[in-house]
Structure formats: C-alpha cells, structure tokens
Design a protein around this ligand. Structure first.
Ligand SMILES: Nc1ncnc2c1ncn2[C@@H]1O[C@H](COP(=O)(O)OP(=O)(O)OP(=O)(O)O)[C@@H](O)[C@H]1O
Length: 315
C-alpha cells in the first residue's frame, strides 16, 4: 500500500513511564476510510497508544506518522486535523450544547458564522438539535457522549480517535453511539477506537489488533480473528462453583475429553469449542454429565482473547 493511503503508520512504537513499559514496540497501519480498533483489557496499553497517536504524549521509541506527517515534529499540524473523543467527557457544563461546539471551534480558528452553522449541523447529526440552547449539566451520559463526538467533528477531521467511546453507557445509549459512528464511517471518516468490549469491536471495526500487556497479540478483521483463533460454535456448560473448584473440576474436564477441539475452564462454566454445538451437547448428555445449564452460541472475540491470553476481557 502506498504511504498516502495510510492515515497512521507506527513502527516499533514504545511508551515507557519510568522503568515501566506500557507499550512494548507495536507496529500498526491504519488505512483511509476504515474503522480500526485496539481491543484489550484494562492496562493493555490502549490509551497510551491513543495518546501517542493524538500527539499529546511523545513516543519513547519507534516511528509514528499520522496523516503522512511525523508525530515527533508535526504535533500541532496533526492535532489540528484530528477529532478526539477522550475517555472522560470534558464538556463545559456551564455552557449550552451549541456553545460547547462554537467555543471549541475557536481553537481551530473557525469563524463565528461558520462555527454556528457547523454546530447546528453537528447537533442535528448527533440527534441533539432540540437541546441546542440547553445547558450540558442535565444531559444523560449517552447524550454527553454524543455531544463530545459532535465536538470532535467541529474541525471536519479526516481521522477521529475515540478512547472507549461507550464505556459506562447503558445498552440503548451504546447502540445510538454505534449507529452514529457507523454513519460517520459511511461518510468516509477514518475511525480509530479503543475498547474492552468485544461486541463493540465486532459492531464497529473493519480491522483490529488485540492488545495485551503492551503488545499486539493478534490482528485481523473480527471474522478473520474468530476463524483463526476459535471454532465456529461454543457450548457453555454451567456448573455450581463447588463442582468446578479443585480436583472435581479437573475430573469434569477429563470426563469431557475428546468432545471438543478445546476446552476452557472458567470459575463457573466450561467452554467447549466445537464446530457443531448441538452434536457436542448430545455427546455430553450421552456421557451422563449434568450441568445446571447448557448454552450453544457462536464464537466471539471474547473467545479469541481467552484463547490468546488465557484470560477473559472483562472481569
Ligand atoms: N502517566 C502514567 N504514568 C505511569 N504509568 C502509566 C501512566 N499512564 C498509564 N500508565 C500505565 O500503563 C499501563 C497501560 O495503561 P493504559 O491506560 O494505556 O491502558 P489501557 O489499555 O488504555 O487501559 P484502560 O482501559 O484502563 O485505560 C497501565 O499499567 C497504566 O497503569
């Protein structure tokens, strides 16, 4: 791929805090128009990576080019062309929704009239037009998030960075944010987001990297990752906690030997990775094993993460 098509190009990117290495040498290439995700648990190094990409935190080592420019030498020029949605909303609660956008627009040298028009358009886009003149304070978490997204679009960026865009939101509010982000992508905007929600990554990302302890442990589209690191289906067998603790749990796993490609033991359930969930369920029953419940589902990125790291994404 030619360099102009790469919105972000990182090679051997490192972030150290004193003797601690938060990002341990990662290579990333993000193409124009795609939605790219960093998926990983808390502490994986996602935010540290995003802050380097946002040119607010200098890399400790490695090379980083954003929009074709060197992040080390062109920070202000890059920042002026990015949209940033930080993990914590930093809205001015004293101002109205529209004023939050117009005041922010001034940082980019956008004229008052253009800022006013753009604010009206963006509030329409995030479905908050009817509250343009209300104060921010009483808004719900989901509305504040949408307003923060609108604010990030004030300078008409080609590249928007979103750090955990829906953390802390209820399911309905999350879906609304996903839907707006999807529309943004349809308009040709490149989205880069971090998340520790596998469903968010599956919904939004064309391509993603799975991060753990500062490193990239896998890369691909959600379906490629699932095909590569998991089976088509998963049979979840739930048992009482006592059934799975210690030797009893080990006995159970042994009793299931040969029924699945792979078995993962979690504190409250066993996961059987298989291409035919119903056949596996029948085979379990034939061995007179009696879990408290059985669920057959398709594999998700959560299963990919579990396979790669031996841990679940969300505790
Ligand atoms: N300013 C800092 N000084 C020291 N350590 C830091 C600093 N910022 C982050 N870290 C550490 O670096 C590691 C990676 O943090 P980071 O915030 O990048 O992870 P994350 O994947 O974004 O997780 P989260 O979802 O919790 O934000 C963590 O162990 C964190 O404690």
């Amino acid at each position: 791929m030619s360099t102009p098509d790469l919105m972000i190009s990182a090679t051997g990117l490192v972030k150290r805090f004193g003797s601690f290495t938060a990002v341990a040498g990662i290579d990333v290439g993000v193409r124009r128009g795609e939605a790219f995700g960093f998926l990983g648990p808390n502490g994986a190094g996602k935010s540290s990576t995003m802050r380097m990409i946002g040119c607010v935190s200098p890399p400790s080592a490695g090379s980083l080019r954003i929009l074709g420019l060197d992040a080390a030498t062109h920070g202000p020029a890059i920042r002026s062309r990015l949209g940033v949605v930080p993990q914590q909303d930093s809205l001015d609660v004293e101002l109205s929704l529209a004023e939050n956008l117009t005041v922010y627009a001034r940082y980019f040298g956008i004229s008052r009239q253009v800022a006013r028009d753009r604010a009206a358009e963006l509030l329409e886009f995030v479905q908050l037009a009817d509250r343009a003149d209300s104060k921010v304070e009483p808004l719900s978490g989901g509305m504040k998030r949408r307003l923060t997204i609108a604010r990030a679009l004030v300078n008409e960026p080609d590249l928007v960075l979103l750090d955990e865009p829906t953390t802390g939101l209820d399911p309905q509010a999350r879906h609304l944010v996903w839907e707006r982000l999807y529309r943004l992508k349809q308009r040709g905007v490149t989205l880069v987001l971090t998340t520790h929600y596998m469903d968010e990554a599956e919904q939004l990302c064309d391509r993603l990297v799975v991060m753990d302890a500062g490193r990239i442990v896998a890369e691909g589209s959600p379906s490629q990752l699932i095909a590569r690191y998991s089976s088509r289906e998963v049979v979840e067998l739930r048992f009482g906690l006592d059934d799975l603790a210690g030797p009893a749990g080990a006995e159970l796993v042994k009793a299931l030997d040969g029924l699945a490609d792979r078995i993962e033991a979690l504190p409250d359930r066993l996961l059987l990775y298989t291409d035919d969930g119903d056949a596996t369920t029948a085979a379990v029953a034939a061995r007179s094993i009696e879990p408290t419940s059985v669920l057959v589902r398709r594999s998700t990125l959560e299963d990919v993460f579990l396979h790669l790291t031996g841990r679940t994404l969300v505790d």
